[in-house]
Each structure stands twice: as C-alpha cells, then as structure tokens.
Design a protein around this ligand. Structure first.
Ligand code: ADP
Ligand code: MG
Length: 318
C-alpha cells in the first residue's frame, strides 16, 4: 500500500508542481494518474521511488516512510517504466532484462529462467530475442522489453510513466492488453501515468485526475463517468465510447449457481466490456461468468436488458 500524506513539491525555481496531495493506493491495484501536461503526474510518480525529493508531507510504503528505506532497496523493489525506455544499446536483450536481478545477486540459473519466463509472457520467443541488441527490435518490441525489465526482479510496485504513448495504435492496444493480463496474474501494485482517457478507463481500477498539481477527483471509471464532480472532469472524460468500457458483470448475474453453466456456454471474465457482453449474448441467450479463475454464475439476455433498461432510466449509458 502506498500512502501520500499532504505531499507537496516545490522545485528550486519556485514552481509548485504538487500541492498537498492525499492519496491511498491499495495493494494489487491498477492505479492511473491522469491530467493535462504540467499537472504534476510525473513529479507525483517520481516521488514514490525518491527520484524526486518531497518538499512537504510524507509518503509511506507498507506503513514505512520512504525516507526510512535504504534507497537501493527501495529502487530495486520498485519497477520503473518510462515513455522512451532507455535499453542499454550495447547489451543484449537478455542482459538488459537481467540488470536488476544481477544487482540483487540472484544466481545465474534463476536469472536465466526468469528471463525466459518474462519473454514468453509478452510473446517474444526467448531463443530468438535473448541474443539480440535493442536496435534489432521494433519500437513496440523494445517497449515490451522495457515493461518486462521493470518486472524482472519481481518488484511489489511498478511505476509507469506514459509507457505506451510513443507507440502506434496497434502496438499500444496490444501492450495494454498484455499489461492488463499481467496485472491479473501477478497482482502487483501498478501506478500508471497517462494523458489518454480511453487508456485510463481501460486499464484503471481507479483513476486519479490531476490539475495544476492538485487532485480533482479519484474514482473508479464508472464513478468518474457517471458522477463527475465538476465540468473539468466531465470535459476531460469527454466522448468516450462507453460500450468499450469494462464493467462488473457481477451486478448483472441472473443467478450465482455455477451448475447452470454448461460446456457449450461462452465464458466471459467478470470485467468484460458491455460491447463484449452484447456480442456474446447476441449469439447465445445465456453466458457464463468467471472471476479469479472460478465460475460464479450466468448472465442471460434478459438480465442484461433489465440492467441496461434501469441504467438508462438513471441516466447511464447515454
Ligand atoms: P506532468 O507529468 O503532469 O506533465 P510534471 O510533474 O512533469 O507534469 O510537472 C509539473 C510542473 O512542475 C510543471 O509546471 C513543470 O514545468 C514543473 N517541473 C517539472 N520538473 C521541474 C524541475 N526539475 N524544475 C522546475 N520545475 C519543474
Ligand atoms: Mg509527465
């Protein structure tokens, strides 16, 4: 858990980049910081691993002040991914990924296994890619290496600063899917900076909207969309495609009896989009729902229509 208590940052030139931020980021949460350029997102992120010193207030990680951690221990236990990842150009991909595990003095065998596992996780064949130099990879592949490098030593927290913004839309979409899948399996705490609302809504368990160094609103994607606290949030969210949003299928279950699920039924995870759900229910009048790998019940065409109908009355999905 990461806690900000009245955290401010004033740079030497007098710029106040972050103003009295209070924030709790939960263990295992995908937490997104979003806001216009200059709103203090990067500064907020870099204070967590002490790349930037705090001027006022305190940040705690698992209840301990970050200033009380040994700085190396802190950095090694926090993965960090930048927009333009700087892979070491003269090192192979294998060596690049192994940097932090080597600093942590893992043995060769453990490092070797970890590198293979990580490359497989992001769909890059270890035999082919391990000996290559960064320049022999596409931009999207390099960025993928940047992401797995940050995961290499199994950090508890991963900080990502606009990691996909330099990518073409297809690689970007693919990496977003990868990181979502990864997050579901590794259950790390991820703090992710972006200025793209679609990306924030797709990835975030919760989203924190910043403006001029201050927090404007923190909430789940649904809370921000349906209960924006002011015009700034409303405009920032703008015209997002709401059917593409992930929503909680648990609220639409027609029953919670897994015995009702038969083999022919299509199974969706509990966090699917409305679009995916509608597509599935266009083909079958009933689908199964799974959560954390367990089947939890079924959604019928009728239960979804009822849900949509009452949501429409409450002004949602408009
Ligand atoms: P964002 O990541 O949201 O674009 P930043 O956290 O990078 O915003 O910057 C917030 C504010 O702090 C901006 O006004 C920026 O110009 C200023 N700033 C960032 N780094 C420094 C620095 N090293 N010295 C002075 N001002 C800075
Ligand atoms: Mg920034």
């Amino acid at each position: 858990m990461i806690q900000f208590e009245n955290v401010s940052k004033r740079f030497d030139d007098g710029t106040t980049a972050v103003k009295s931020v209070n924030l709790t980021i939960n263990q295992g949460e995908f937490f997104v910081l979003i806001g216009p350029s200059g709103s203090g997102k990067t500064t907020t992120l870099k204070m967590i691993n002490r790349l930037i010193n705090i001027s006022d207030g305190t940040i705690f990680i698992n209840g301990k002040k970050i200033s009380d951690y040994d700085i190396h221990e802190l950095r090694w236990n926090i993965g960090y991914v930048l927009q333009q990842i700087a892979l070491f150009p003269h090192m192979t991909i294998e060596e690049n990924i192994a940097v932090v595990p080597e600093m942590k003095k893992w043995n060769k065998e453990k490092i070797g296994k970890r590198v293979d596992e990580l490359l497989e996780m992001v769909g890059l064949e270890p035999k082919v890619y391990k000996p290559r130099k960064p320049i022999e990879l596409s931009g999207g592949q390099q960025q993928r290496i940047g992401v797995v490098r940050a995961l290499a030593a199994d950090p508890e927290i991963i900080l990502m600063d606009e990691p996909f913004s330099a990518l073409d839309p297809i690689s970007r979409e693919k990496l977003q899917d990868d990181i979502l899948k990864l997050q579901k399996t590794i259950k790390k705490t991820i703090v992710f900076v972006t200025h793209d609302m679609q990306e924030a809504l797709k990835l975030g368990d919760r989203i924190c909207i910043m403006k001029d160094g201050e927090i404007v609103q923190v909430g789940t994607p649904n809370e921000l969309i349906y209960h924006p606290i002011n015009d700034f949030v409303r405009e920032f969210i703008g015209k997002t495609d709401r059917t593409a949003l992930h929503f909680n299928l648990e609220v639409v279950l027609s029953n919670t009896n897994e015995d009702n699920i038969d083999e022919k039924m299509k199974i969706l995870t509990v966090h699917s989009s409305l679009e995916q759900t509608l597509e599935a229910l266009a083909e079958q009048d009933q689908i199964g729902v799974e959560k954390d790998g367990k089947l939890i019940g079924t959604v019928t065409r009728q239960s979804l229509i009822q849900h949509l109908s009452s949501s429409l009355k409450e002004g949602e999905y408009q």
